[in-house]
Design a protein around this ligand. Structure first.
Ligand code: HEM
Length: 391
């Protein structure tokens, strides 16, 4: 049940908003310096601001505070897409301002977001698992085929991560020795193999320059009111963390991982926040197998379930290695080397310098692949111990 103003705004986001962004992207992309955006295409930018702000005014005038969750979440996403586009076109820049110049829009985002318990900006579910298709077309910033490729394959991977998490979540109630645990481990392994397949397809299909110069810039941080909120990334859903935690490759009481989770909470939908909270209260499967090692290593159930458990860990690690060694390397790290130094500062979604971001992602990858590292604690030794118990 949508309001008239929110329906009209949604329609604008799906049509003229996309057209204006696409035209601007085509102008930027033909320049010698493809990252030079400020002051280019000013007429189109004015149109974008005027039309978007008129929708914001209509929403504020309507003042409907009794919308169902999904309607309000959708409107927040649309406002967030609008603000992210303003940031992308350098009509606002958090480093040059102490407050967003788009005050009315900020106020509306803050009101809706506080009522829903999420960050006051678009988050990745708005463009992935909660991106409703109208006549076969989901929302996006532009009509560029590479943006569609990016969203489609992100979404396919996300859906299979969620499926793997759901399968693993059945196991704590069954215990590591149950025969049905083998079924759920097989299910999780299959789902993670699908993630790997879609990650690889994305890697093969997505054009580097188009992604780097015309898609990624919509994922920068921007201010809503006074606070600077990081950009969305495909990871803002609970499933991947549920897998990390349930397997025991990452731990909630690890300072690095705990920090990351705490930061991420408001970028997830409330049900995902609850899923992470629930998972943090469950002992990892790794601990169950380690505990059984001395007394049950030679049983049939241990041999079968532990082997499958290790295969699931490998499959999860493989997706993390792909993310870092293929996707981040090809689409962020390498093109950043050729980028004009003056634009370098803001290429990441979360805002920190690229080196810092890459270190963070490397740390995460190494936890997930249980790498042998002497500077950080990983599950390497526990995995090796379990491997030696298999005949
Ligand atoms: C062209 C493809 C991709 C690129 C270049 C890319 C790049 C990045 C970068 C740079 C970050 C750090 C966030 C930031 O910028 O502040 C990130 C985070 C993340 N991305 Fe991607 N990504 C891609 C595709 C995917 C896909 C398909 C998935 C699968 C769901 C995914 C899952 C994640 C997750 C879960 C995080 C949060 C950190 C973590 O838990 O690992 N990404 N990504």
């Amino acid at each position: 049940m949508s309001t008239i103003a929110s329906e009209k705004f949604d329609h604008w986001i799906r049509t003229d908003f996309r057209r204006l962004n696409t035209t601007l992207e085509d102008i930027y992309f033909l320049q010698d310096d493809q990252a030079a955006v400020a002051g280019v295409g000013n007429d189109l930018k004015s149109e974008l601001v005027t039309e978007g702000e008129a929708h914001v005014e209509a929403l504020l005038a309507e003042g409907d505070t009794h919308q169902p969750f999904e309607t309000a979440f959708n409107t927040l996403g649309n406002l967030g897409l609008f603000m992210a586009a303003l940031r992308r076109h350098e009509l606002t820049n958090p480093d040059k301002e102490r407050e967003s110049p788009f005050k009315r829009c900020s106020a509306l985002c803050l009101r809706i977001a506080s009522s829903l318990g999420v960050a006051p900006r678009f988050v990745s579910p708005h463009l992935s698992a909660n991106n409703y298709a109208v006549n076969g077309v989901q929302k996006a910033f532009t009509n560029l085929p590479d943006e569609t490729i990016f969203h489609d394959y992100n979404l396919y991977s996300i859906l299979y991560f969620k499926r793997a998490a759901e399968a693993l979540m059945h196991i704590p109630a069954l215990g590591v020795s149950a025969s049905a645990t083998a079924l759920m481990l097989k299910e999780a392994k299959y789902a993670l193999e699908q993630v790997a397949y879609y990650n690889k397809t994305l890697f093969d299909k997505l054009d580097v320059a188009r992604f780097f110069y015309s898609v990624r810039p919509y994922f920068k941080s921007h201010r809503v009111g006074k606070i600077n909120y990081r950009g969305a990334n495909a990871g803002d859903f609970a499933g991947i963390n549920q897998i990390d935690l349930l397997l025991g490759l990452c731990r909630g009481d690890d300072l690095f991982y705990g920090n990351m989770l705490a930061e991420k909470m408001q970028y997830m939908r409330p049900e995902d926040q609850r899923d992470v909270q629930r998972t943090l209260r469950i002992p990892p499967l790794m601990d169950g197998f380690i505990e059984a090692l001395d007394s049950h290593a030679d049983t049939d159930w241990f041999q079968e379930n532990c082997k499958l458990f290790l295969e699931v860990c490998t499959a999860h690690g493989r997706t993390a290695a792909q993310h870092q060694n293929m996707l981040v390397d090809k689409y962020i790290k390498k093109p950043a080397v050729t980028m004009d130094k003056q634009h370098m500062k803001q290429i990441t979604a979360s805002g920190p310098p690229l080196e810092e971001l890459l270190d963070m992602l490397t740390h995460l990858r190494d936890l997930r692949i249980a790498a042998p590292r002497d500077d950080i604690e990983t599950a390497h030794d526990q995995i090796e111990k379990l491997k030696t118990a298999l005949s």
